[in-house]
Design a protein around this ligand. Structure first.
Ligand SMILES: [Zn+2]
Ligand SMILES: [Zn+2]
Length: 65
């Protein structure tokens, strides 16, 4: 068990980030810099890659000033 080294998700990538939620050490590919989360936490909290609920207000074709 090494302190640092390989990504805990893919086990092949070199660790370059630490998840701010689970403290898992992950490589660049399995880390989202925008949220500071690893991909596991990211999908857990419903980030990118997950389908978003279509509850957006329909203000797209309505321009009210
Ligand atoms: Zn990885
Ligand atoms: Zn995480």
């Amino acid at each position: 068990m090494s302190v640092s080294g390989n990504c805990e998700i893919c086990v092949t990538g070199e660790v370059s980030h630490t998840c701010s939620r689970c403290a898992q050490m992950v490589c660049d590919e399995h880390f989202d810099e925008e949220t500071g989360l690893c991909v596991e936490c990211l999908s857990d909290v419903g980030g990118r890659g997950e389908r978003q609920p279509e509850n957006m207000p329909d203000g797209v074709d309505t321009y009210r000033f």
